[in-house]
Write a protein that binds this ligand. Structure first.
Ligand code: FES
Length: 424
């Protein structure tokens, strides 16, 4: 298939030819021109997850992050407002900020010594007579024009206007609320540090996989077997869990029906209430009659388009590098006021997504095998039809399927296509 054109004689768009309801073309994962279009139409256009407010809790804290290929500095100014600065000097484009994180009200470019406030405003430049004196230059560091946060999760959008973050999150917002509700103080904190997994695969293979309930029994069968984990059963033909297209490219594996069946507080965390009594008591004190439901239903498993994955007790930030490479940043969820859980979440995360962890290594092996596979000439397509004949609509109007259906992938591709077909 010729994937280079922008249209066809019939007027069909390039992306209509590459994305069909039940299959997607392999070039979507390998074509550098498509990757460049994705940067422009997705990563530098829609809301993208960057970091969490708890990473810069104090005035003048900052931390370096990625947004697509952009090196950004997430800062908190002296008044508490969060900014996303592009790490580029307005003089001759040198990188301004070197340290991975710190606390400073200003940054100094190492090349010619220009200084900037942590809001991006130019503070000064040496030997100012060369510019006719002080405060004579109308220059600032670049900034991501729209920054917004939800439950402390900070997103940036290079689009000057468009849907608000809450509109973009839509049905996924309630899933983020579910995570925050698990904190006795109602606050998520991403303060455990981020692991970085460089992955030789297209970023979309990861986002599709995050709510693919078809693979766990096979890819993760060994770890489920060794640990005696009941997770595998959640993703089987017998499971009552639901895969849901939440709209706007977001999707989830809703495991709540399975946990409701057992009706056991903390089963979602692989434990019992007697082993974390302080935590359970704190949640009961905070949530009153909602507490039992919250303790039984547990944390969400939701993929927020295009790059935030909340995997119950871990959060992932997926950032692209090239058509065939991305980085998975992973951290353990920390819940304010829940020290009993927080320690366990860190040790469980080390065991599952750490450098020698057993879960993410399995997934990453699949991503990289997939990337090698899509480079083969035939067959040209990837199939995403699983369960399309048994899709239903839930009480909120979302499309749902069984635990192992590819409902999430179809939702992802419908939104992806809409964005990629939009005029710039
Ligand atoms: Fe930054 Fe010259 S490039 S001061």
């Amino acid at each position: 298939m010729d994937t280079t054109g922008t249209g066809s004689p019939s007027g069909e768009s390039k992306y209509s030819r590459l994305i069909e309801p039940t299959r997607v073309h392999g070039s979507l994962y390998t074509d550098e021109q498509i990757f460049a279009e994705e940067l422009a139409k997705i990563w530098y256009a829609t809301w993208v997850f960057v970091g969490h407010e708890s990473e810069i809790p104090e005035p003048n804290d900052y931390i370096r992050k990625k947004l697509g290929l952009q090196d950004v500095v997430m800062t908190r100014d002296r008044d508490g407002e969060v900014h996303l600065l592009l790490n580029r000097c307005a003089h001759r484009a040198n990188l301004v900020c070197d340290d991975a994180r710190g606390n400073s009200s200003s940054f100094r470019c190492p090349y010619h010594g220009w200084t900037y406030r942590n809001t991006g405003e130019l503070l000064g430049y040496p030997y100012n007579k060369g510019y006719g004196g002080k405060n004579n230059l109308d220059l600032t560091m670049g900034k991501v024009p729209r920054v917004a946060s939800y439950q402390g999760f900070v997103f940036g959008s290079f689009a000057q206007d468009g849907p608000s973050l809450v509109e973009h999150l839509g049905g996924a917002a309630g899933e983020i609320d579910r995570l925050a509700n698990l904190s006795p103080e109602g606050k998520v904190e991403l303060t455990a540090g981020w692991l970085q997994h460089k992955t030789k695969a297209n970023w979309k293979l990861l986002t599709e996989n995050e709510t693919d309930g078809y693979h766990p029994q096979f890819v993760h069968g060994s770890i489920f077997g060794v640990t005696g984990s009941p997770i595998g059963a959640l993703y089987s033909d017998a499971s009552t869990a639901v895969t849901r297209n939440l709209g706007n490219g977001h999707s989830e594996n809703d495991l709540r029906p399975e946990f409701r069946k057992f009706d056991e507080p903390m089963r979602w965390f692989g434990t019992t209430e007697s082993r974390v009594p302080d935590y359970v008591e704190a949640i009961r004190a905070r949530h009153g009659e909602d507490a039992e439901r919250i303790l039984v239903e547990g944390a969400p498993h939701v993929m927020v388009f295009p790059n935030l994955f909340i995997a119950e007790i871990q959060v992932f930030n997926i950032q692209p590098v090239a058509a065939d490479e991305c980085v998975q940043y992973a951290t353990a969820v920390q819940l304010a006021g829940a020290p009993e859980l927080n320690k366990r979440m860190i040790s469980q995360s080390i065991g599952s997504v750490g450098p020698a962890g057993m879960l993410l290594a399995d997934d990453t092996e699949m991503y990289e095998r997939n990337q090698r596979g899509v480079g083969m000439l035939a067959p040209e397509w990837l199939d995403v039809r699983r369960g399309i004949h048994r899709e239903q609509t839930d009480e909120n109007g979302f499309t749902i399927g069984t635990a192992t259906d590819e409902v999430g992938m179809r939702g992802f591709w419908a939104h992806y296509k809409k964005l990629m077909e939009a005029d710039q």
